[in-house]
Design a protein around this ligand. Structure first.
Ligand code: 5AD
Ligand code: SF4
Length: 482
């Protein structure tokens, strides 16, 4: 692979990886979660062996792929809009082929080919290795589809082509699928059952990133705490594993520690955690290793035990609060963020007040907040009426967003006067004279560039802040990470 540096509209450099001799052009874009962005890097790698290099220019593409999200109706509408855009471009470039990947492909299957005439190919999240065959079918003029879900595919043997990379931070996927069956969630249907990737292949991918100068790795999964490697297969089949397999199994805390010890100069993050699967050992690993960030994204969805039960979340409000207490007892200054859904069926004003009061109890640094969107086929869609009026969902959402904003400001302000360790990632969006990076707690930090460079760990004295950004000045290189 050779590196091609391209300037983005914001003036930041992107490192594109191109394979010499490839002549066909792939335009690939991703919507939704980090897992989709990571999967697109696997797809780009598979297609690099089929003669494709990526392009940032839609109009010159031979193949356009859109990696889609089904989590909320709005996400699907965004993709439909993009398909209209591709349709317009196809009029100028009739040879261009269009493929739909990811969760929407899995959810809608054949229906996609019927509804959207522009689409030539539909490929589910576990079928990307079949892309070379599917492309042949498309070239021969047939529509192509593979939406088979797998019980062991982890793409552990594929070395991803880094897309839209800053050359500093990267995602490494460690589990696929989800077995939790939260009643609102379409993911178990679109991404299948939960399986873990061989730790050896995870460490090899990190070794490669480290050699290429990457400084931060986020271990990715729908539910990382549920990581369990015992030699392959579905998580649910672990009960049938041999005694030997059980004795040598690796769980998430062990994997995280293996990574932290093997690569002391790489900073590790992970996402997403799930309260019911998170174990205290993970908190101890965070506390023990400087290079494991003090930050946990711990979605709660609702502060009401009754609603949590309706959502099939396997914990109460009180159990979640206890988990938060343990985090603070074990880890010094850990940031915590959330996902919250407002207006889940049957949610009362009292349930909503429970969510607001939980927000205050936890004192979250940050959060992702959504109005409930009924997804066809989920347990909630089948069993519960979507009975909260849209304006009520929106009002409750706004109240939660406003409160979170207030809390975020106080959380960010705690750093004023402190000196924090920052990994420089890119130029600040607002000023080309400033760097932008994040501290261990995942808060964005901006400061004057001076002699410092992208990819360096520096100590930054914080002088000011907004609710989401710290503003400071670099004082020296980090003595531990540099
Ligand atoms: N409606 C609204 N938000 C949803 N999420 C998942 N499913 C839905 C839905 N049907 C949110 C959850 C999850 C995040 C990734 O998306 O908060 O944690
Ligand atoms: Fe969806 Fe729940 Fe699995 Fe998260 S844990 S992906 S919300 S089913």
């Amino acid at each position: 692979m050779e590196k091609v540096i391209e300037e983005t509209k914001q003036g930041t450099s992107l490192v594109l990886e191109h394979k010499a001799g490839n002549t066909k052009k792939l335009f690939i874009e991703s919507y939704g979660c980090a897992m989709n962005f990571s999967d697109s890097e696997i797809v780009a790698s598979i297609l690099a062996n089929e003669g494709f290099n990526t392009t940032q220019i839609l109009e010159e593409a031979d193949l356009v792929l859109v990696n889609t999200c089904s989590i909320r109706d709005k996400a699907e509408q965004t993709v439909r809009k993009r398909l209209e855009k591709y349709n317009a471009v196809k009029k100028i470039n009739p040879g261009m082929k269009v493929g739909v990947l990811g969760c929407m492909a899995e959810r809608l299957k054949n229906q996609f080919l019927e509804e959207e005439k522009i689409v030539d190919m539909v490929v589910g999240p576990d079928a990307y290795k079949d892309l070379p065959n599917l492309l042949k079918e498309v070239e021969e003029g047939r529509d192509a589809i593979n939406v088979i879900l797998s019980k062991d595919e982890t793409y552990g043997d594929i070395s991803p082509v880094r897309l839209l990379s800053n050359g500093v931070t990267a995602f490494v996927s460690i589990t696929r699928g989800c077995d939790n069956m939260c009643t609102f969630c379409v993911v178990p249907f679109t991404r299948g059952r939960e399986r873990s990737r061989d730790p050896q292949s995870i460490l090899e991918e990190i070794a490669d990133l480290s050699e290429r100068g990457f400084k931060e790795v986020t271990l990715l999964g729908q539910n990382v705490d549920s990581f369990l490697w015992y030699g392959g297969g579905l998580k649910k089949d672990f009960v049938k594993a041999s005694e030997m397999q059980k004795a040598t199994a690796v769980d998430f805390a062990q994997l995280l520690e293996m990574c932290a010890v093997a690569y002391p100069k790489i900073r590790f993050r992970f996402s997403t955690s799930n309260p019911q699967d998170m174990h205290e050992e993970v908190f101890h690993v965070i506390a023990k290793h400087h290079n494991v960030c003090n930050y946990i994204h711990l979605p709660v969805q609702s502060g009401s035990t009754r609603i949590l039960k309706e959502m099939n979340r396997q914990h109460t409000r009180e159990e979640y609060m206890k988990l938060i207490d343990r985090i603070h007892e074990i880890i010094e200054d850990c940031s915590i963020s959330h996902d919250i859904i407002t207006g889940f069926p049957t949610e009362t004003e009292e349930d909503h007040q429970d969510t607001l009061s939980l927000l205050k109890y936890v004192n979250y640094d940050f959060g992702y907040m959504f109005a409930y969107s009924e997804r066809p086929g989920t347990l909630a869609a089948r069993k519960l009426e979507d009975d909260i009026p849209e304006e009520v969902k929106k009002r409750r959402l706004q109240e939660i967003v406003d409160l979170q904003q207030e809390i975020s400001l106080t959380r960010t302000a705690r750093f004023i006067g402190q000196t924090v360790e920052v990994l420089i990632e890119k130029s600040s969006k607002k000023s080309d004279a400033h760097w932008s990076g994040r501290n261990s707690q995942n808060t964005t930090v901006v400061f004057p560039k001076e002699q410092y460079q992208v990819g360096e760990f520096v100590m930054v004295k914080i002088n000011d802040c907004t609710s989401a950004t710290l503003i400071g000045e670099a004082v020296e290189y980090s003595s531990i990470m540099q």
